[in-house]
Ligand binder design. Structure first.
Ligand code: 5GP
Length: 189
C-alpha cells in the first residue's frame, strides 16, 4: 500500500456515507513530510507533460499545490478565491462552484493576470468527490485560454463520480488515495 493510502487508512475518520475527515494530516494539521512526498509523486505521474503553473482552490488545496510546485523546483502556484475581498479587483475570471461539504454555491475568482493564455496548468485539490470544484477550476482555465495538462487530488472518492467528469474532457487524473467506498467506518481502496 502507498504511504499516502496508509495514512488515509490509519488517520482518516469516516463522518458519514459521504465524507472523510482528514484534519490530522491535511485539512487542519498538516503532515509536511507526507504532503511533500505526495507532491513528488504527483510530479512523477505527470513527468511526460510540461507544467508551467499549478492552480488550486482555497483553502485546503494550497498546501498540496505548494508541495507540487516545490517538487517542480519552485514553479508558481495560484489559488482561486472563494470570497470576494477588498483586495480582489474587477479584472477577474469567475465561476460558480457547489461545495460538497457545505452544500452551498459560491462564486470563485482568479485575477486574470495570474492565469494566462497558453500556460500549461496542473490543477490540484485535496479531495475529488463529484468533481464540481475541478470543473469550476477547468472553467477558469478555459476563460483564460490556459491549457490544463492534468488534474491531481490527494483523496479521490471514486463512488462520487468526479473522475469520470474530468476524464470525459480528456484530462488525466492522479489520486494519492483512491477510495472505492467506506466499510465498517474505514475507507476501502
Ligand atoms: P467536489 O467538488 O469534487 O464534489 O468536492 C471536492 C471539494 O469538496 C474539495 O475541494 C474538498 O474541499 C471538499 N470535499 C469533498 N469531499 C470531501 C471529504 O470527504 N472530506 C473533506 N474534508 N472535504 C471534502
Amino acid at each position: 500500500m502507498k504511504e499516502f493510502e496508509q495514512k488515509v487508512l490509519n488517520d482518516g475518520i469516516v463522518i458519514n456515507d459521504d465524507i472523510l475527515k482528514v484534519d490530522n494530516f491535511l485539512n487542519h494539521q498538516i503532515d509536511v513530510k507526507l504532503i511533500r512526498n505526495l507532491g513528488e509523486d504527483i510530479k512523477d505521474f505527470f513527468k511526460d507533460v510540461k507544467v508551467d503553473k499549478v492552480l488550486t482552490i482555497e483553502a485546503s488545496g494550497i498546501a498540496i499545490a505548494f508541495a507540487v510546485c516545490e517538487a517542480y523546483g519552485g514553479i508558481p502556484m495560484v489559488f482561486a478565491k472563494k470570497s470576494k475581498s477588498a483586495t480582489v479587483g474587477d479584472d477577474v475570471y469567475s465561476t460558480e462552484i457547489k461545495s460538497f461539504t457545505r452544500n452551498t454555491v459560491s462564486k470563485v475568482t482568479v485575477c486574470n493576470k495570474y492565469l494566462n493564455k497558453g500556460e500549461k496548468v496542473l490543477i490540484v485539490d485535496d479531495f475529488l468527490a463529484e468533481g464540481n470544484a475541478a470543473m469550476g477550476l477547468l472553467d477558469l482555465c478555459k476563460q483564460a485560454g490556459a491549457e490544463v495538462v492534468g488534474y491531481a487530488t490527494a483523496v479521490e472518492k471514486e463512488f462520487q463520480g468526479g473522475r469520470a467528469k474530468i476524464e470525459a474532457t480528456g484530462i488525466r487524473v492522479y489520486s494519492g488515495a483512491r477510495i472505492k467506498g467506506f466499510k465498517d467506518n474505514k475507507p476501502v481502496f
